[in-house]
Write a new protein. Sequence first.
Length: 261
Amino acid sequence: MITSTGNARVKNVIQLQTRARARKDSRQFVAEGFRMVSEAPADRIVSIYASETFARCNSGYMSTIQVPYEMVSDNVFAQMSDTRTPQGILAVIKMAEYGIGDIIAHDNGLYVIVENLQDPGNLGTIIRMSEAAGVDGIIMSPNTVDIYNPKTIRSTMGSLYRVPFVYADDFAGTLEQMKSKGVELYAAHLEGSVEYTEPDYTKASAFVIGNEGNGLTDAVTNICSNRIRIPMAGKVESLNAAIAASVLTFEAARQRRNGKG
């Protein structure tokens, strides 16, 4: 059992939890909590760490783990954890590797495109709702928050493992490429010319979501084929990015189940 925070493996986990550069360089990240560990693809798990209390109270589950795991003292695990009340189990996992070709290879695909989103919880929620709505992939601008941020990972509730995603270095070029392949790009915009329920999303479609405070840049908006708006009552000017993405993608899911209308 590991009992010191000076242990090299413990230090590595803490680095992966706190430093995006460490995650990027190693192509690994930390997933914490029972659900995130139990749903992780087995072939991508590098190592598992369990607190002494968790291992003792969950011996049945621990016996089912197919990869070697390390038990650590409770106080050391608390230092490794990114949460105030850790569940007592975490895993170091290899990052997924997707290319833009993997994302847009679907016939009549449904996509979410994110520009410069900065809130980890927002991004995580978008990933989770994307799985629920049947989204085929997520494309992000390079300045979007790190998808492997611990807060983002927790917000996905496991959907991170199942929804393909990619950071597009040439963001504008990627959008143009999607248009050339017949994907209709719908900019979620306060100045949208049509309400979001009007277009036909049963064809290849992508919803383009902007930064929490500033929305989409003009450059990206101008690439999009359409500007759509979500009508709102009262004095509300705009919706949270994750909520807006949910409204739009579930309308597309409804149309795809029932046909347009």
